[in-house]
Design a protein around this ligand. Sequence first.
Ligand code: PHE
Length: 452
Amino acid sequence: MEQKRSSFTGKLGFILAAAGSAVGLGNIWRFPYLAAQYGGGIFLLVYIILAVTFGFTLMMAEIAIGRKTGLSAIGAFKALNKKFAFLGYLAAIVPALILPYYSVIGGWVTKYLVSFTTGQGTNAATDGYFGEFIAEAGEPVIWFLIFIGITALVVLLGVEKGIEKVSKIMMPVLVLLTVFIAVYTLFMPGAIDGLIYYVKPDFSQFSFMTVLAALGQLFYSMSLAMGIMITYGSYMKKDVSIESSVRHIEIFDTGIAFFAGLMIIPAVFAFSGGSEENLTKGPSLMFETLPKVFDSMPAGDIIGAVFFLLVLFAALTSSISLMETVVSIVMDKLKWKRIPACLAVLGFSVALGVVTSLGNGVWSNIRVLGFVFLDFFDFITNSVIMPIVAIITCVLVGFIIKPKAVIEEVEIGGTKFKAKKLFSVMIKYIAPICIFAILVFSVLEALGVLKV
Ligand code: PHE
């Protein structure tokens, strides 16, 4: 079935839809554990600097490319320059690889929602609960299947709009609840040390890995360097200001991530202490810390249940946008109908997701480049493919179609591109050179060749 390219109604509609894709587990689950792991305040500082420079530039470029060409990534890059058609395919690999493991985490969220709803919250707060859960062969796989099943159903039936409507109400509630939980935890003994760790940069903790981790997180969180914002741009009306929309999405996305960190990192200090071991827990950080917070609250089970329900919605809007992207590429390129395309993507994701889930337990001895499967897929997409896509996008815009092409698109209808000088310099020189350097240095650092 051919679908006509519809447009978002007005600026708010565009911002909300793009924010629905951007705000997800990246903000609430991934950002806090990276910030805890990479030195707290220094990570936060580096992240914010990158967001207003690199993030701004790339999001402007992607949305403008989408709106200019009216096409999604693969077609858009090809339309701009035949030689850059491969970039669309490279970008398309990213959502295909993220969706499976994203859904594994989505499964964990679903499990916690059900635990809290059925009064098992106290249980979930005990040490070792989470580790035992994800190491099981059966249960996490079932929750994963439920999560990806819901995602696939929505994409299959084409009812994303319904989910988006619900999440428009849920999202602001999620923000309020996150702020409430953050404020609550700050009053716990020991939490202030966590606050200081989180907001005060300690420059001795700086390393290239910090910058690479922050950069990867930026791409992930803002749904950049994977073609998604190009698609969103292609739906955007010509009279909507790209620049102010991008500013809004940035503030919204970074704000939520900031409060998620504020809710989790001080709580780690309050409940377990800020030892290195406790701060470098990685993907399990949120799932181990928050149940303890809820357990200490009056009516914690209810608050926990509401919280995980809201997170589930945020995760679903993101997983739906990931799956929709991959499905529409399969439909376009292989000329498949929606249902077979959807089933093929589902089959692929289930296979990869099951492997990822088992990698946390029975297959945890199988390592790829030293990573368990989940960390491997996370690393290869965020720290390798996305930076490469970003560099090539910069070269394309900076030197082939020239920044002027983007600036003209942004200024259609008389809106002024306020930061156009910054944009031009960033996209031509600073962004590609710095991203390349960060990539090289951090690989050297990871290999132990370089010590910072
Ligand atoms: N940005 C989403 C998040 O932060 C993840 C995502 C990436 C969703 C790409 C859709 C597309 O969770």
